[in-house]
Write a protein that binds this ligand. Structure first.
Ligand SMILES: Nc1ncnc2c1ncn2[C@@H]1O[C@H](COP(=O)(O)OP(=O)(O)OP(=O)(O)O)[C@@H](O)[C@H]1O
Ligand SMILES: [Mg+2]
Length: 317
């Protein structure tokens, strides 16, 4: 079937991909709008990389329709390639070149000049390592180079597969800024991550994949709001007993965790006022639901994603 020449950056309908008996992608339909920052989340083996590779044109879907910037990425669509930026989970490099030479080579392949390579190098904070051979870069530096390689030709649509996996906290934050700047410049970003705080901070919408299917798809805010309106209040245990906490009107559940008494409530205002009256608010912490709570609720029963062979110590005791 011909893909519909729509305005979406990516449009998938009923996409399936099976490896042997493994249904890696099992009927995925979704749309990524232009200019959107879209996150693919899910446990190991959920099918994220397979799905991204299908969008990139690196893998052929068994069935379904795939439209990327209004075109079919398969069979290999050479008109589409310069418009896409791709960082894969296992990137390959010209290992004997320096980082700068590697990027200059990538730039030349896309008919971009050396200045583009230098800009890409700077955008991931690798200017100082420009003269280092790719072989001699650290794991995180290589990952940054892979990201720079995906950005060097200023593509419209950027696919990043776990770009922040090996980055130190500073580099991770720096990359967030790079990605936010790209979004501000109108680029579309599709990326996978296991960092749920990061997805919550960056993504306009996320799809949570479980066993090849999309289990949830919406903005992080709406997913969180829909999942749990419960607020948790953590009160130092030496100031409030469990029995006293249970007696507060509006408290649905009380547990002890570490040195805290944890109160769950749908009416945090009045409950906080009551706690203030009994114990004061010094040291009291308030926790609302996060994307991680939504994720764990959807995937908890599924982890690990695949049945593990017998005799292996997994999950670790
Ligand atoms: N080339 C392949 N041949 C056979 N099976 C594969 C291949 N690639 C992936 N699979 C299987 O397909 C399923 C989905 O894998 P995929 O790499 O898409 O998951 P993922 O969500 O990206 O996981 P991760 O978070 O670990 O990167 C897994 O069960 C995996 O073992
Ligand atoms: Mg993957």
């Amino acid at each position: 079937m011909e893909p519909a020449a729509g305005s979406a950056a990516v449009a998938l309908t009923g996409v399936h991909k099976t490896y042997g008996t493994t249904r890696a992608v099992d009927g995925v339909s979704l749309t990524v709008e232009r200019g959107e920052f879209f996150g693919l989340l899910g446990p190991n083996g959920a099918g994220k990389t397979t799905l991204v590779e299908i969008m990139e044109g690196q893998r052929r879907a068994d069935s379904g329709t795939v439209a990327v910037l209004g075109e079919s990425p398969w069979p290999r669509n050479t008109a589409l390639l310069p418009r896409l930026g791709v960082q894969t989970q296992s990137s390959s490099f010209f290992v004997r070149l320096t980082a700068r030479e590697h990027l200059a080579t990538m730039a030349a392949l896309y008919r971009c000049d050396a200045a583009a390579a230098e800009r890409a190098l700077a955008s991931v904070g690798l200017t100082e390592q420009g003269g280092t051979r790719v072989d001699d870069l650290s794991g995180g530096q290589r990952q940054r180079l892979a990201i720079a390689s995906a950005l060097v030709h200023d593509p419209e649509l950027i696919f990043l597969d776990e770009p922040t996996a090996a980055l130190d906290p500073q580099a991770r934050r720096a990359l967030w800024q790079v990605l936010r700047d790209l979004k501000r410049a109108g680029r579309t970003i599709v990326y996978t991550t296991h960092h749920l705080d990061e997805a919550e901070a960056l993504c306009d919408r996320v799809a949570i994949m479980v066993a090849g299917k999309v289990a949830a798809l919406d903005s992080p805010g709406r997913l969180i709001a829909a999942s749990s309106p419960t607020t948790r209040l953590l009160v130092p245990a030496d100031r409030l007993s469990v029995a006293r906490a249970r007696a507060i009107p509006g408290v649905d559940r009380v547990t002890e965790e570490g040195g805290s008494v944890v109160l769950e409530t749908l009416t945090s205002g009045p409950v906080l006022a009551a706690v203030d009256g009994i114990a004061g608010l010094q040291g009291v912490q308030t926790r609302t639901a996060s994307l991680e709570d939504v994720y764990l609720a959807l995937t908890g029963a599924q982890a690990p994603a695949q049945p593990q062979p017998q005799g292996q110590d997994w999950p670790p005791a």
